[in-house]
Design a protein around this ligand. Sequence first.
Ligand code: GLC
Length: 735
Amino acid sequence: MKLKNPHVFLIVIYCLLYRTVCAQHIPIYLDENFPLESRVEDALPKMTLEEKVAMIHAQAMFSSAGVPRLGIHELWMTDGPHGIRAELNWNNFDYAKWTNDECTAFPALTCLAATFNPELAYQYGKAIGEEALYRKKDVVLGPGVNIYRTPLNGRNFEYMGEDPFLTSKMAVSYIQGVQLNGVAACVKHYALNNQEQWRQHINVELSDRALHEIYLPAFKACVLEGNVWSVMGSYNKIRGQYGCHNNLLINEILKKYWNFDGVVISDWGGVHDANEAVYNGLDIEMGTWTDGLKSNGKSTFDNYYMAATLFDKIKKGEIPESAIDNKVRRILRLIFRTSMNSQRKFGSLVSEEHINIARKIGEEGIVLLKNDKDFFPVEKGKYKKILVIGENATKPLTLGGGSSELKVKEEISPLDGLKKKYGEENIDYTMGYGSGPSVYAKEVASPYNADSLHRKALQMAKDVEIILFIGGLNKNHHQDCEAGDRLSYDLPFEQNKLISDILRINKNVGIVLISGNAVAMPWIKEVPAVMQAWYLGSESGTALANIISGDTNPSGKLPFSFPVKLKDNGALFFGESSYPGDNVNQYYKEDILVGYRWYDTKKIKPLFAFGYGLSYTKFEYGKIDIVKKNFSKDETIELKIPISNIGERDGAETVQFYVTQSKPSVLRPEKELKAFKKIFLKTGETKYIEVVIPVSSFAFYDEQKQSWIVEEDKYIIHCASSANDIKNSVSIFVK
Ligand code: GLC
């Protein structure tokens, strides 16, 4: 056989030989065919001390170093839980003003929680992970899972409500969706960051039961079920030690008991002690404010606690190098899982798919709270003219709120959505009230003339058939915003007075509240209808218009209770030492009785209960079907119950299962959520809900034994449509 071009042949042979010979010299840590742990163990000894120290603190505001010499990539982190934040500068919190970093703003996590739909949480995580990929980010700094302890916490809108079980289920699915992309989620803020007031230093004191039964379960689920790859320490102190280097929370509970193999990242500026940072389990120090002594500016990265000074101490033998090896191992593991994961896809930004999932979550999260005389839905064509009043109908609410703020490609406002739905000519609008611009950690006065806005609204309210008042809170300081708590339980910017004045002129008013928190509703008896909408993100107006018009049937349920007044709330009941504390310490005196656990046990009727939400159709609950009554502690309980849609429209209902222990040896809440399932039913359809509840989930945390205990006792399992609407119950016995 005559070769046409023998030299090509020789080159191919050479490459094959070279490849074979060299292949065995591709270092193990670079070879993804090897198990993760052997890659980590192969890389570690190859690193110099300098490279190790560089890896455990920031190299930029949102990045930590890799090892260029070894081809080990750096890590890029990004806020936030609701979307991929616009690019910030290398060395400060100012925006880099890129033109290609507009994102999809997904609904706030309160809205996601209100869907009670873990499948949507998974879709949410998958989509936000794809946007992170596209933006070349390896760690998404979310989800936030801090429990809703008081309606005054400025960051409740970023979290998933008052119940540890609901938060756990939704956060685990979100994390699985994010990490499917080879992008790490970073569950935060670990732990007990339940207020913004004095968040940088307040010391939280609480019982072991409250810690283990209320405030840790969501983090535990994210580690054990969600396999989360990173955790963010909290700013506050817990029992005297800062969250970012808290020996009990990080070394003992997170890394030892829960066997967490990922990376603990500090909150930005949350590190305050070099020694504790090294020995109490912190892995990457981010955002430390340095005095810039040795260079020309704050945040100079060599001045971090775990940087130059640490390097010198190790060099001098004051600290063993092994003290940081475990940190480096965890960071290498994270890098191999993310930035060096060759299976990662390209990702996508503001794709149609992402916009659709954002809208779907918004629609499924909106909660119909009151609907007398079928005020909602407002069918198209039912009224000639609809008057919309309220600044939240037009104010861009993806801006503000702190680190979760987003630069969106488009935000369909409620007014835009309503005009599109009903036709421009059928919608009139007036602002009614106006707030200042949203500025971080600063209250800016409103530029509007409040009286004239108020008068205009009343004048326009006179001769219209129907009014939609779209108000609530916003992302301004002391509203739903990081770095400050609310100063009042009332609607801000004189909305309550405006609503009452409007009602004196026109009774046919539907209130749509956009917020991430409960508010007082002094006008609740006078209005025919109230809808709790959330910060719905890019598709706010579309989702809201679909629900208001009835094109979509609302199915959201409240992820936190709405107390009638602040003093009804457990944390506030115990006064200043409980909330907000005395600027040094605060004591969680309501203990395990958080949210409905408090209202139920203290027999305080909330304005609206946890798990409450109406539909445009009606559901009927059948009898609980259970195969037996006696269970051992390691068994699971299988329950079935028929649910019927007896109304005229298709819809979805979230069936909730709460458990009461009959005669506990310790104080226990009247009941606790142990399962829920959302079911979609066509009109006239009946389906069985099936849930499995492990008996082990009936346990309480025994402070003497420092372990979980299920007592032999009778337990009542309630099937309910909300915490204060039990449909029927069944008793079982644990032997
Ligand atoms: C902020 C927040 C945290 C955020 C981080 C980076 O202070 O507490 O949630 O991810 O700093 O912006």
